[in-house]
Design a protein around this ligand. Structure first.
Ligand SMILES: NCC(=O)CCC(=O)O
Ligand SMILES: [Mg+2]
Length: 325
């Protein structure tokens, strides 16, 4: 053999591999989703998400400080709404003293530097478990968008830094941007779930918030997993409407979409490594089939390599600890 190009030279030692690594994951790349419940001193493990918890505000605040210390710079808040407060209008979502609004205030008071992102969608507040107002079997678009805009203003009032609409209604980014401007929240950003697919991988999340759809599925508003070009259309429209960050969700079955979107838009791209992706790793680890730490780093680095500069993941804390050594 007379080889003149020997690729293995750059893989020969840990030092040289570190020197030529193309993708470096940082704690600040990670967004930590948090599930918040009423009460104090409460920490409940989610059955389909081992070692992930719903926590009351006080314990959530302690966790936020811990995440900050690990170098994580953003959290994404979800609340579990009591059944008796659910309706078909999202009234509780607008309550200035609601669990979400109190959580935002408590976190910003305790850890002002942390970028607080808030979920905006009606499913946790809906008697039907749908992301919008229901009429018969229809999820009504425009009336839902009006509520989402009010909900966004309410989160901004409580101190949220970035509103994260996860509902997939048409036109909601423009409506939210306009509502924020009208109310004087010109510094509040929007992270749009732009290409959110109707996915089986959200199953464990719905256990976490008890928000599974009561009838039908979410295929009339979330995207069909067969589609790629449509993701480009959705993300470009959200950028035109005022999205500061766009998102592809889920992540690992959609790496091609992340790359496509990264090559298309001129804003930061995030990806959501969702509950089912977390649960798959956890289940294989429990069986003794995968090394958890290696699976975490390979998964998250792959998502970043695909083009996501920001990754929402239930492994944020573990990954940051691994990165910090
Ligand atoms: N808006 C949040 C979801 O729809 C699900 C997230 C997950 O499965 O982790
Ligand atoms: Mg859209």
């Amino acid at each position: 053999m007379h080889l003149i190009r020997r690729n293995r030279i750059l893989r020969a030692s840990a030092a040289i591999r570190e020197m030529v690594a193309e993708t470096i994951l940082r704690p600040a790349d990670l967004i930590a989703p948090l599930f918040i419940i009423e009460g104090s001193g409460i920490k409940e493990e989610i059955s389909s998400m081992p070692n992930y918890y719903r926590m009351s505000i006080d314990l959530t605040v302690a966790e936020v400080k811990n995440l900050w210390g690990l170098g994580i710079r953003s959290v994404l808040l979800f609340i579990k709404c009591a059944d008796e407060l659910k309706d078909n209008t999202g009234a509780e979502a607008l309550n200035p003293d609601g669990l979400m609004q109190r959580s935002i205030k408590a976190i910003k008071d305790a850890c002002p530097g942390m970028v607080v992102m808030t979920d905006v969608a009606l499913d946790p507040f809906s008697v039907y478990g749908h992301d919008g107002i229901v009429n018969g079997t229809e999820i009504v678009n425009d009336a839902t968008v009006e509520v989402l805009a009010k909900m966004s203003v309410s989160h901004a009032q409580a101190g949220a830094d970035i509103i994260a609409p996860s509902d997939m209604m048409d036109g909601r980014i423009l409506a939210i941007r306009q509502a924020l401007e009208e109310e004087g929240y010109s510094r509040t950003g929007i992270m749009a779930y732009s290409a959110k697919y109707a996915s089986c991988f959200y199953g464990p999340f719905r256990d976490a918030l008890d928000s599974a759809p009561g009838f039908g599925d979410k295929k009339t508003y979330q995207m069909d997993h067969a589609n790629r070009i449509e993701a480009v259309k959705e993300t470009l429209m959200d950028v035109e409407e005022g999205a500061d960050i766009v998102m592809v969700k889920p992540a690992m079955a959609y790496l091609d979409i992340i790359r496509e979107v990264r090559n298309t838009v001129d804003v930061p791209v995030s990806a959501y490594h969702v509950s089912g992706e977390y649960a798959m790793i956890k289940a294989a680890v429990k069986m003794g089939w995968l090394d958890e730490n290696k699976a975490i780093m390979e998964s998250l680095t792959g998502i970043k390599r695909a083009g996501a500069g920001l990754i929402a993941t239930y492994y944020a804390r573990e990954a940051a600890m691994l990165m910090n050594g």
